[in-house]
Design a protein around this ligand. Sequence first.
Ligand code: ADP
Length: 530
Amino acid sequence: MSLKPKILIVDDNVSNIIVIEELLSDLDVELIRARSGLEAIEKTKGQEFSLILMDVQMPGMDGFEAVEIIRQDGKNLLLPIIYITAIYNENYYRTKGIKTGAVDFIAKPIIPDLFIGKVTLFVNLYKQRIILEEEIQKRKEAEEEMKAARDEAREAAHAKQLFLSTMSHEIRTPLNAIVNTAKLLKEENPRDDQREDIEILEFSAENLLHLINDILDFSKIDAGKIEFEAIEFEIRKLLNGVHQSFDYQATMKELSFEFLIADDVPSVIIGDSARLSQILINLIGNAIKFTEKGKVMVEAKVLGHRDDFVDIVLRVSDTGIGIPADKLQFVFESFTQASSSTTRKYGGTGLGLAITKKLVYLQGGTIEVKSEPGKGSVFSVIMPFRMSTKEFLEENMLLKTSFQSLAGLKILVVEDNLVNQKIVSKFLMKWDVNVDLAENGAIAVEKARRSVYDLVLMDLHMPEMNGYDATLEIRKMENNPNKDIPIIALTASAFIEDREKIYTYGMSGYIIKPFNPSELYWKIAPFVRK
Ligand code: ADP
């Protein structure tokens, strides 16, 4: 507080004022005089006082009237006022004084100690109020700064999300081309040295794709945008699928690779099977990556039941390099690797376990790790799943489909990117499919009016007319055999919202770019089974 508290002394008699000034000369205050009620009113307009010492009997306007007017100004509503009067004992004065909000009366002749004591008390109260007000002001400012920072952070998060989804699309499209061109090249009998180069190309592009997927996933989780599905699935089939997909890698490293599924694990459970695969793929991928000899084992068993939930323990253990004790607690943090040489030797981003942990926790599970350097690591996940009443699921068409020839089918490929057009057509032509091309939605609709197709592969983002609108147009065609044909979206988006949108526009399924030939085959085959 920089300024001294001010006290207004109101008295028509200057010698009374001088006496009061003398008495208060030791206080650290500024004393201001007013010689009449009117002058007092004037002075309170421009400045703030800590206290008014008001004489009651004055010619013209008396002290009570002056105070009534002073109180009309909102800022003076609680201003302490002490009346100084020789006749305060009379009832009339007392009630009047109290009505105008006097805090005290002081009798003339003034008793110095009592007077100084009272004034000091009010000045101190005033000082404390000012300190409090300053404190409140500071807090308000801090709060406002915080609010502004929060708004800014929200905007930044939104911009980041937008940037990532746009970039993922932009990056995946050319990556799609690179990965698939490499695959095609490999099948065209390259020389051995060329094959090696092509494999490096393919491997690197796939790695890059993996990285983009990780970053996208991470940002989605970060933005609280991730949603989990609750669908019935057969966990043994899922585990078998994961087993098969890593079999090649494990065999190449001459590792023993075992899956043990306890009998009490239910056949059908309800949860997000894709996310469960992702969790297992991350853990098993690491186990194989960081193990040079010995074995990698995956175990599944039931921990217990709660209401209609079953807690399943999934353990992934390896006999690999292990993780030093001082690094163990950090492995689940983002962008963390146990040692800086890890990246050089094994690659990776340090995002896999951070994502895995979040996926597990967001679904109500837990994850922990035990590890000993040189001996190996054990990652244990406990996940709750809702129980299903079913013993098995109707085999879906995809699994029932034995190898189905696609020869002779007529498929319309709608895609604006020439390289992608070429790659998809090349794959399809290998299976003796008759391919027709359209470079945007409008052309696709035109073609669908004129020829009959067995299936449409539909890119979503295209100039002129996008894939959603083109699908709507085709679905609206009366008396046209194409009206109900399968339309499969080709999308680069990893966002679940986009996938849901695909169905609301009447498409029959989707395939995420970049895809490999067998994915493409398995997406098409179920639809063409007669
Ligand atoms: P990265 O993409 O680097 O593998 P992760 O988040 O999956 O990222 O793993 C973080 C780090 O934890 C790894 O770099 C590695 O140092 C350590 N780690 C994870 N799993 C294992 C394992 N099974 N054996 C040894 N170290 C592991």
